[in-house]
Design a protein around this ligand. Sequence first.
Ligand code: 5AD
Ligand code: SF4
Length: 451
Amino acid sequence: MQDNAPPRTYRVKSFGCQMNVYDGDRMAELLADQGMTAAAEGENADVVVLNTCHIREKAAEKVYSDIGRLVKAGREAGRQPMIAVAGCVAQAEGDEIMARAPAVSMVVGPQAYHRLPEMLDQAAAGKRASDTDMPADAKFGALPQRRKSGPTAFLTVQEGCDKFCTYCVVPYTRGAEISRSFNALVEEAQRLIEAGAREITLLGQNVNAWSGEDSLGRSIGLDGLIRELAKLPDLQRIRYTTSHPNDMSDALIAAHGEVEKLMPYLHLPVQAGSNRVLKAMNRSHTVDSYLKVLEKVREARPDIALSGDFIVGFPGETEAEFEETLRLVDAVRYAQAYSFKYSSRPGTPAAALDGHVSREVMDERLQRLQASLNRDQLAFNQASVGSSCEILIERKGKFAGQWLGKSPWLQSVHFEDNDGAGAAIGKTVKVELAEAGPNSLKGHLLQPVLA
Ligand code: 5AD
Ligand code: SF4
């Protein structure tokens, strides 16, 4: 900032995964704890945090163009914002950012953002600050308590990854796998519920690798944590993401059939449908072992909605190998999925492999894969037409009287309450699903508010 007035407003802009959204919320809470308020929509903020993602290419370029835009807006307004670059680009390229972008006064990695307030003080005194240390589990204890929540909330339970898939930067940017303690998680969940959360999504890069000890000192896995959280009275729904197929324990699968609050949805990335490609990716599972897990999950919870992640064009992927991915998709019939073109990430083992697939071929494969995935997503939604389910209302719709929420299967559903039946954000209502599109459904309110 050009004058010496203390910063009063902040904006946190998060890119990428849900864990970044969680981190962004926690950084916003930290800044609010310093007495600052969120800048209004369209207004310049005194402090801007760019909470970046490094998973695919162009991430760094996007950061530099965002910084350029902020500097230009600051020049026009006659007051430059203090800019912090956070997240995985900060972790991977912090020194370079400091060297290349003098407008940036703070660089802070995903495991160090609890230090943002001190760094802000330093920056206000004219000293640029950078912290990309990775002390395991240090930040959570240093963050303020949760005080604000919408009806759905994220709760990071596990961070980091020891799997080292050959294409992925996460083990380098987020560090080794750590599990937060059971007590800390139950307490944070309680605070979120007191603050209004009715659904909590447990987050982790390998969330199903979470392990800990319950209040009696017994070793438990994610299933045990879910069973404990399910006892919290005002919590209605529990979800978790993202899981690795090898960490899908029988106990966790059983929980899907036994814990009513655990929603019938599982995001289980597979990445590719060819065993040779999976091996080259160092996924340490095969197509068959993955399908076996899904079979057990479907046995435990027949109506489960399955979701996955896919990468097309991994180095050396042949047309025949890609077709194996299409066959896997045909066999599973995903309710939802995310698919990406392979992106070579500096420093990862796959970047050094031969046989990089051309952009044109990747584009074409992605289109074909997405056509199959979209077909199945629409079919899944269409199959629910005529049935009724509970919708947790998350927000108002575009039109008067319209509300938006999610079904247990994470489908977006909109419906109208023109008779004042009591629909409101955070309430659960019974809705009959009437029309299906690929990305959302339209429903009719059946009965007023449940909770
Ligand atoms: N290129 C393309 N997609 C990637 N993902 C992770 N790394 C890469 C990469 N280098 C995808 C995987 C992962 C999801 C979060 O992002 O599908 O599951
Ligand atoms: Fe990346 Fe693989 Fe770890 Fe997932 S399991 S974060 S894809 S290395």
